[in-house]
Write a protein that binds this ligand. Structure first.
Ligand code: PGA
Length: 252
């Protein structure tokens, strides 16, 4: 049984003061929801504030990115050791990182190997662009991203990985995919790629999320699919009631 998982990706939103407000309210609303692993991923500068507010509750904290090197002359970057002091999770290879910051599968893979070394639970994002979708390249692109981003991971660590299938055309557009179509990509493309990497048993244990315009109105449609184990939520994770409702929907 794969435990449902919901992650809020705040992207570049909320100041430290705003984080304080949202996290205190959120923690009241969602910490009592059981049966779902739930995490929030505020910007780096707010992680410490969020961490203090979350305290011992079972809400997890994630970073939205990190560098793969432990330390050194990488101006503006944040290392895995720094992330580890505050977080249990890290989002890797989000499509915005891939598109605006030139992150290739090779770079995502280096970061993943680093997450393994620092014992961080990675959420690795894959997904096709609108062009690729319209050219019917979804399967090829998602399969390649999965195989290359997740290579060379140890068999012990592999079940810890969370994969997020996020069609780029659905992110922030209000045009979510639909449950059946997203489930088909996870079942026919992502899990077979995971099976090739890690074997059937591990591939079945790895959680795969859907992301892209998830709201409280469509969440149940995705969570009802057999191969989708939760959601990576962007815009709706900034709204208290929305994120709470999505978390409840994932808990079943
Ligand atoms: P969205 O973003 O929910 O705002 O579409 C999802 C994501 O980018 O993870």
């Amino acid at each position: 049984m794969r435990k449902p998982f919901v992650a809020g990706n705040w992207k570049m939103n909320k100041t430290i003061a705003e984080t304080r407000d949202l996290v205190s309210q959120l923690s009241e609303k969602i910490s009592a929801i059981t049966g779902v692993e739930k995490i929030i991923c505020p910007p780096f500068v707010s992680l410490q504030t969020a961490s203090a507010l979350i305290g011992d509750s079972d809400i997890g904290l994630g970073a939205q990115n990190m560098h793969w090197e432990e330390k050194g002359a990488f101006t503006g970057e944040v290392s895995p050791a720094m992330v580890k002091e505050l977080c249990g999770y890290v989002i890797l290879g989000h499509s915005e990182r891939r598109a605006y910051f030139n992150e290739s599968d090779e770079i995502v893979n280096r970061k993943l190997i680093s997450a393994q070394k620092y014992d961080l639970t990675p959420i690795v994002c894959v997904g096709e662009t609108l062009d690729q979708y319209e050219s019917k390249l979804t399967r090829e692109v998602v399969s390649r991203q999965t195989s290359q981003s997740l290579r060379d991971v140890s068999p012990d660590f592999a079940p810890r990985i969370v994969v997020a299938y996020e069609p780029v055309w659905a992110i922030g557009t209000g045009k979510a995919s639909n449950g059946l179509e997203a489930n088909a990509v996870v079942k026919d493309v992502i899990r077979p790629a995971l099976t090739e990497l890690f074997g059937l048993e591990t591939a079945q244990a790895i959680r795969v999320l859907y992301g892209g315009s998830v709201t409280s109105s469509n969440a149940a449609e995705f969570f009802g699919q057999p191969d989708i184990d939760g959601a990576l939520v962007g815009g709706a994770s900034l709204k208290l009631d929305e994120f709470a409702a999505i978390t409840r929907a994932a808990a079943g």
